[in-house]
Design a binder for this molecule. Structure first.
Ligand SMILES: Nc1nc2c(ncn2[C@@H]2O[C@H](COP(=O)(O)OP(=O)(O)OP(=O)(O)O)[C@@H](O)[C@H]2O)c(=O)[nH]1
Ligand SMILES: [Zn+2]
Length: 406
């Protein structure tokens, strides 16, 4: 299926997009954009290390550290750079659990994708809670312990939403200890500064910078002519893969089968019975090889519907305590589905595909891909039987995510 491996000429696509995916040897990404992506990625890495970072915008600077990772040293740096008391930022559903009462934003039964998944709540922290163990307990519903004091609700500071967005990009729990910052002190402490506008732009700007970095023939059991193409964004983040599956009975001019598959370490590699990812992955490749149009499987490095493997394991713990897959995500402070479909759309265009027959049961994927400029000409159902363990998971996808059956 040679055309799949050849990028289309610019302008061949139906819908507008922010940037073209380019040859890595001739990056079309502006230097300023590379710097912005790099700053966001570095700030996310610092949060993961427990180091505070500075969020800078028109409304001043906020020094922030992730509640999950911050150490005593990080808290001391934060206190030194602060010019006001530290507060804890939490997603509304987590804040409601900590306060043991509803907060106005937390509408537990709201539909997927509703505004209830946005928002942030700020809590005043008494000194007894400014401690790494207490902060982890406040952030993580799977690590709760009895605390000496209760935090109180207050108005969130400027840049609070962007702080939550940065924690999510870092695949950390969206829970941050923050304070208004003295920029000069933060600079002296060598804390990294990132612009809030760059955090806001990142979900579209990073995929727009994807470049093909490697490509190889990898014969698969069900698709002997398969090729894998690797893509890397200018921030240096983890690579995404496109698996090009040639048809065993090719016919030119047909719309290819496409599957957007989010990484699932447990299901794809280990054969976990909690989900249906393994059968869907292997089944998609098999179907593509048998289809006259062949296909592309986009393998997104967005484990756990974009919350990361560690948070997915936490979500499993909560599911073992009785929550379903959707409420478990929300209890952690995440939305039901945090994936970024720009990544998939840019990769498809880069391999010459802008019209697809999408293998999915998920209506949000159809809409998400279409919103990123890919013409979804048809949906192909991609259902596998329940296995005795994932029955409740599949039932929740049908009932609460609106998955289409058949
Ligand atoms: N957060 C979370 N992610 C899960 C859970 N179970 C599976 N996943 C992740 O869900 C993703 C797989 O979703 P998809 O196969 O794209 O399924 P879908 O969105 O339900 O849609 P289709 O399979 O296309 O119909 C993978 O990244 C899995 O790691 C869970 O209980 N919680
Ligand atoms: Zn899975």
């Amino acid at each position: 299926m040679a055309p799949l491996a050849t990028p289309r000429p610019p302008g061949a696509h139906n819908a507008p997009r922010p940037h073209a995916v380019t040859d890595p040897s001739r990056p079309a990404v502006a230097d300023s954009q590379v710097l912005a992506l790099r700053a966001v990625h570095r700030a996310a890495s610092d949060l993961r290390r427990g180091t505070p970072v500075l969020l800078v915008g028109a409304e001043g600077a906020l020094v922030v550290a992730a509640a999950e990772t911050v150490s005593a040293r990080g808290l001391a740096e934060l206190a030194e750079a602060a010019r006001g008391p530290a507060v804890l930022l939490l997603a509304p559903v987590r804040a409601a659990a900590v306060l043991q009462r509803p907060v106005p934003q937390a509408v537990g039964a709201a539909p997927v994708g509703a505004a209830a998944e946005m928002g942030v709540v700020a809590l005043r922290l008494p000194p007894s809670l400014l401690d790494p163990v207490a902060l982890r307990s406040l952030a993580d519903p799977t690590a709760e312990r009895l605390l000496p004091d209760q935090p109180e609700r207050m108005a969130p500071p400027a840049h609070a939403l962007q702080a939550i967005a940065l924690a999510k990009l870092a695949r950390l729990l969206p829970a941050l200890v923050v304070a208004p910052a003295a920029e000069a002190v933060a600079e002296r402490l060598d804390l990294l500064a990132v612009k809030v506008a760059d955090i806001a732009a990142y979900p579209v700007a990073a995929p727009a910078s994807l470049a093909r970095v490697a490509e190889a023939r990898v014969p698969l059991e069900d698709a002997p002519e398969a090729r894998i193409v690797a893509f890397r964004a200018a921030d240096g983040g983890i690579e995404h893969l496109a698996i090009l599956v040639d048809s065993m009975a090719p016919q030119d001019g047909l719309v290819p089968l496409v599957r957007i598959h989010s990484e699932c370490f447990t299901g794809d590699l280990l054969g976990s019975l909690r989900c249906d990812c393994g059968p869907q992955l292997r089944g998609a490749i098999k179907r593509m090889a048998a289809d006259p149009a062949g296909g592309v499987l986009v393998y997104l490095a967005q484990e756990g519907r974009g919350i990361g493997l560690v948070n997915k394991l936490r979500a499993y713990t909560l599911q073992d305590q009785g929550l379903d897959t959707l409420d478990a995500n929300r209890a952690l402070g995440y939305g039901a589905d945090e994936r970024n479909f720009w990544v998939a759309a840019e990769m498809l265009r880069a391999v010459g595909v802008d019209r697809v027959r999408l293998l999915t049961n998920n209506p949000d994927k159809l809409a998400g891909l279409a919103a990123c400029g890919i013409a979804v000409e048809q949906r192909e159902a991609h259902q596998f039987d329940a296995n005795g363990v994932n029955d409740g998971y599949l039932e929740t996808k049908a009932r609460r995510f609106g998955h289409l059956l058949g």
